[in-house]
Design a protein around this ligand. Structure first.
Ligand code: TMP
Length: 425
C-alpha cells in the first residue's frame, strides 16, 4: 500500500509548521533529541476516502529533552489553525471524562466557595462539558476554544464560548468585556501551548488577585513508566514533569501550591496555581520532585531507555498482529483515538491488518484514519461482525470500553491491550 511519507520541515511551509530553536521554558538550547517517530500525520485530521490523499500532511514528530530545566518537548510546531480550528474530538464522547469533569467542578465550587458572582473561564472548553457542570452549580461561565465548529455545540448546553486561541492579547479582550475570572481551568490544553510564557501572562491578566488556575494533563512519570509512546503527537508540545513547571511559574511569580495525580488519560496530574505567596515548596510538590529524582528524570537516561522500549514495542506489536493474521484471524481496531492513529502510523499498521476501526464519535464515522487510511464505523459493527480480536486503541478508556462490550466478549470476542504491555483479555 502506498502511503504518503512526505516530510515537511521548517521555513518553506512556515505557515503550516515551524521549528523552535530553544527550550519553551528556560530558553536554553541544550536540547537532546531522544526519540523520533518519523513523519506522522496530525492524528485528529481524518480524511474522507475521496479526498486527494497525495496532499495529506505529514510532519516530523521528534522529541527532545532540555538538559537545563528538564522539559520534554517537541521542536516542530504545527500551526494551531490546522489542528484546532475544526476540531473533531469531543469531550462528551466518553462517560469517563463527563463524570471526571463533574467531580472537578464540584470540588472547585466547594473548595474555592464559588457562587453566581464568580466567573469561571475554561480554556480549551471543547463542547462545554466541564462548564456545563459549573453552570449547574452556580458560577458564571465562559468558554474559550479555537474550534469554530464547537461554538454551537457548546451553545446547545447553554455555554457561551469564544472561538479564540488563548494568549495574553485575547485575555485582555476577554477581561475588558467579561471582567476577571476567579477560576481558570485548562484541561488537556497546557501541553498544547507553544508560547507558555505568553499563556501564563494571559492567566495573570485574566485572574482576580485571589484567582486560581487549574490545569490537567498527562504526567511525564506515567508516560515513562507505562511506555505510553502514542501520547506523543503534534498537539502535545510539552510532556511535563513538576521540576520544569516550577521554573515556569516562579518566573511569573505564581505558586504551584497543590498537585493531584489522576488516573485519566493513562495517568495525569492536576495543578493548583495562584499568585505569589511563600517561596517554600508544599509537601506534595516536594514528594513528586523526589519521585522524579528517583527516576533520574534530570538525566537523559530514562528518556533514552523509553525510546529503546518504544522501538521494541513496535517490533513486538507488528509481530503479534501479523502472527494472528497468519492464523486467519480477523482483527479490527476499537476507538479511532488520536493516540491510536499515532501508534498505527508509527508501526505502519494499515487495513491489511486492521479491517476497520469502530468509534463512538459520529464525525469520525464514514471517514478514514490519518496516514494509514483505515475506515471508521460506528461501534455497533463490532457485535454485528464478531471479529476475532479488537485492538484497543483508545486504551485510556479501557474500563469503560471493556464494560460496554461485555456481550462481544461473552460471545468469544477478545480485546488486545497495548498499554502498558501487549496482552489479550
Ligand atoms: P482520545 O484518546 O483522542 O480522547 O480518543 C478516544 C476515542 O475513543 C474517541 O474517538 C472516542 C472513542 N471511544 C469510543 O469509540 N467508545 C467509547 O466507549 C469511548 C469511551 C471512546
Amino acid at each position: 500500500m502506498k502511503r504518503n511519507t512526505k516530510r515537511k520541515t521548517g521555513k518553506p511551509e512556515r505557515e503550516e509548521i515551524f521549528e523552535v530553536k530553544a527550550c519553551r521554558i528556560c530558553k536554553n538550547n541544550d536540547l537532546l533529541e531522544f526519540f523520533s517517530l518519523g513523519a506522522m500525520p496530525p492524528p485528529n485530521l481524518f480524511p474522507k476516502s475521496d479526498d486527494n490523499l497525495e496532499n495529506e500532511p505529514f510532519y516530523p514528530l521528534d522529541v527532545y529533552f532540555c538538559q537545563h530545566c528538564g522539559l520534554v518537548q517537541l521542536k516542530h510546531v504545527v500551526n494551531p489553525n490546522i489542528m484546532f480550528r475544526d476540531y473533531i474530538y469531543i469531550t462528551s464522547g466518553s462517560n469517563t471524562m463527563v463524570e471526571h469533569f463533574g467531580r472537578l467542578a464540584e470540588e472547585l465550587v466547594k473548595k474555592f466557595k464559588l457562587n453566581s458572582d464568580s466567573l469561571v473561564v475554561d480554556i480549551g472548553s471543547n463542547d462545554g462539558t466541564l462548564l456545563s457542570h459549573f453552570k449547574r452549580l452556580g458560577p458564571r461561565t465562559l468558554g474559550i476554544d479555537p474550534a469554530e465548529n464547537l461554538v454551537s455545540v457548546a451553545a446547545e448546553k447553554g455555554i457561551e464560548q469564544l472561538p479564540l486561541l488563548f494568549t495574553n492579547q485575547s485575555a485582555k479582550k476577554v477581561r475588558q468585556k467579561y471582567g476577571r475570572a476567579k477560576v481558570i481551568t485548562a484541561t488537556n490544553v497546557f501541553a498544547h501551548v507553544n508560547d507558555l510564557h505568553d499563556f501564563v501572562r494571559g492567566l495573570k491578566t485574566l485572574l482576580t488577585n485571589d484567582g486560581i488556575f487549574i490545569a490537567e494533563f498527562p504526567y511525564l512519570v506515567d508516560l515513562l513508566e507505562k511506555e505510553e509512546l502514542d501520547t506523543i503527537y503534534h498537539e502535545h508540545l510539552s510532556y511535563f514533569a513538576i521540576r520544569p513547571l516550577l521554573t515556569l511559574f516562579e518566573k511569573h511569580d505564581l505558586k504551584l501550591f497543590d498537585v493531584k495525580r489522576l488516573p485519566v488519560h493513562g495517568g495525569s496530574i492536576r495543578l493548583y496555581v495562584r499568585r505569589g505567596g511563600k517561596k517554600t515548596l508544599t509537601p506534595v510538590v516536594k514528594e513528586l520532585l523526589r519521585l522524579e529524582e528517583r527516576m533520574g528524570m534530570e538525566t537523559s537516561k530514562p528518556y533514552l531507555d523509553f525510546a529503546k522500549k518504544a522501538y521494541d514495542k513496535r517490533r513486538n506489536l507488528v509481530k503479534f498482529l501479523s502472527d494472528l493474521k497468519a492464523k486467519g484471524k480477523q482483527i479490527i481496531g476499537y476507538g479511532a483515538a488520536a493516540k491510536g492513529n499515532i501508534l498505527l502510523n508509527f508501526c505502519n499498521i494499515g487495513p491489511e491488518i486492521l479491517d476497520y476501526i469502530v468509534d463512538a464519535i459520529p464525525d469520525k464515522q464514514g471517514r478514514i484514519t490519518p496516514g494509514v487510511h483505515i475506515p471508521v464505523y460506528p461501534e455497533a459493527k463490532l457485535l454485528e461482525d464478531m471479529p476475532d480480536y479488537a485492538l484497543l486503541l483508545a486504551w485510556n478508556f479501557a474500563d469503560e470500553i471493556l464494560e460496554k462490550n461485555k456481550e462481544y466478549r461473552k460471545k468469544g470476542g477478545k480485546f488486545i491491550l497495548v498499554v502498558p504491555e501487549i496482552k489479550i483479555v
